[in-house]
Design a protein. Sequence first.
Length: 188
Amino acid sequence: MAERDNRRGNRRDREEATPEFADRLVAINRVSKTVKGGKRFGFAALVVVGDQKGRVGFGKGKAKEVPEAIRKATEAAKRNMVRIPLKEGRTLHHDIEGRHGAGRVVMRTAPQGTGIIAGGPMRAVFEMLGVQDVVAKSIGSQNPYNMIRATLEGLSKMASPRAVAQRRGKKVAEILGAKADEAETADA
């Protein structure tokens, strides 16, 4: 029995050693069930969690009380975090589009000082991710669940020049140089 308590203690210590995450409550949905004596209410929470340095995740939780639903959603978000490569730690490497169900989002890289131009749930994802400059637009579904899923789906497709160069067996300068050469020939 003492060994089991010791293991739990180690796990708790390990959780405290992990970097602190910021979280953002995106939506709370109240649902009711009509029963013989009246109505019973339940709550569903949608939370986005990130370290503001390139890692982000989302989770949903359901419970009879709001704080418990938020706690469950936060734990679920911490469990399914993904790492997204950022350009200069502030913006996206290239323009991308994400889709989930009827939700479609378009995300564009932006110059320094632009800020986060995005609506609702997408803004929460970018803030928790640590993006400082981005222009984004949601097209289609306004459901926050679908918007977040579409945003993360698009972000997961983003590739840094270093990753592309490694995959192709080239140097980063060759990858970035190829884009510059294409732009010059297109202008001519």
